[in-house]
Write a protein that binds this ligand. Structure first.
Ligand code: CUA
Length: 325
């Protein structure tokens, strides 16, 4: 049995190096202090009932040394840890976009091209993968030990994280947050494939409609298009080219239109109103599943040409026109 899971992602070696450093520092000081406690207890024990120990005055130099050395060590841990943290939390641009929904007790995966998976995730090696994750019910946690990848998936918000697999293989996927009776069964596999094999996997099987196309359909179903039309004078702001842009809000503040803002604008539209528009949009909280929200957001993303939009092609423009009565 191996002590650590194998390293199969680009940041696994960095996480392990930091972890190794923490273990080494902890082991060194545990041994040092333990040894000193025992040896001093023996060496300076009271040898006779009347023994009076000599008076000891503190040494300024000694105080300085055992203050500065630990300070240096924890500062190394802090800056090293921060560097690894930033590496892990900042998805590179141009990553493959994959959408994950956790629910009791399964992982549902949606790829941009329409492929769907259950408790399985296929990814290519050597390419960053960005996960946008949501929960339909309670807190789950997406954990792939071989990738040193773990991120809580919390209801009511998106968790965004990324990884890059480095070694082809099959790796355990766990739910790492106790989420009810069948939490222990909420497991699966991540398949890291050579790029050619991944392409073959993508082209095999029925992909169905792309995520953005599914989102375009929901956009019609929920009648979003009656207000969010492209023409000037529409009741709601146009969504074309919105994703990634800075939005001016009522009250003079601004916000970048990312996944979190789009999600909030659908589930709680009054929270941050766009300047110049009245608060007339109803909330869609509870009317659209998390999977549906991800599809809508994929559709809105597809209206903004950008390298991060992934494989999802923009829907034909006829689908965005308002339905005239
Ligand atoms: Cu989901 Cu534990």
């Amino acid at each position: 049995m191996e002590l650590f899971p194998q390293q199969a992602s680009s940041f696994a070696p960095h996480v392990d190096a930091l972890y190794g450093f923490l273990i080494a520092v902890t082991a060194f000081f545990s041994l040092l202090i333990g040894t000193l406690v025992v040896s001093f207890a023996i060496r300076y024990r009271r040898r006779s009932p009347g023994e009076i120990p000599p008076v000891v005055h503190e040494s300024g130099l000694l105080e300085l040394v055992w203050t500065v050395i630990p300070l240096g060590l924890v500062l190394i841990m802090f800056f090293w840890g921060a560097a690894v943290y930033f590496r892990i939390t900042r998805p590179p641009t141009g990553a493959i976009e994959i959408y994950v929904t956790g629910k009791q007790w399964m992982w549902k995966i949606q790829h941009g091209d329409g492929h769907r998976e259950m408790n399985e995730l296929h990814v290519p090696v050597g390419q960053p993968v960005r996960l946008t994750m949501a929960s339909e019910d309670v807190i789950h946690s997406f954990f792939v030990p071989a990738f040193r990848f773990k991120r809580d998936v919390v209801p009511g918000r998106f968790s965004i994280a990324w990884f890059e697999a480095t070694k082809p293989g099959r790796y355990h996927l766990f739910c790492a947050e106790y989420c009810g009776t069948r939490h222990s069964g909420m497991i699966g596999w991540v398949y890291a494939m050579k790029p050619a094999d991944y392409q073959a996997w993508l082209s095999g099987g029925a992909a169905g409609e792309s995520l953005a196309a599914a989102g375009a359909k929901r956009f019609q179903e929920q009648a979003c298009n009656t207000c969010h039309a492209e023409q000037a004078g529409a009741r709601g702001p146009s969504l074309v080219g919105l994703f990634g842009k800075t939005v001016h809000l009522q009250g003079g503040q601004t916000v970048v239109a990312d996944e979190a803002y789009l999600r909030e604008s659908i589930t709680n539209p009054q929270a941050r109103l766009v300047e110049g528009y009245p608060p007339i949009m109803p909330t869609f909280q509870g009317l659209i599943s998390e999977e549906g929200l991800l599809q809508l957001i994929a559709y809105i993303k597809s209206l903004s040409p950008s390298p991060a939009a992934g494989a999802a092609p923009p829907a034909p423009s006829t689908e965005r026109k308002p339905a005239k009565p």
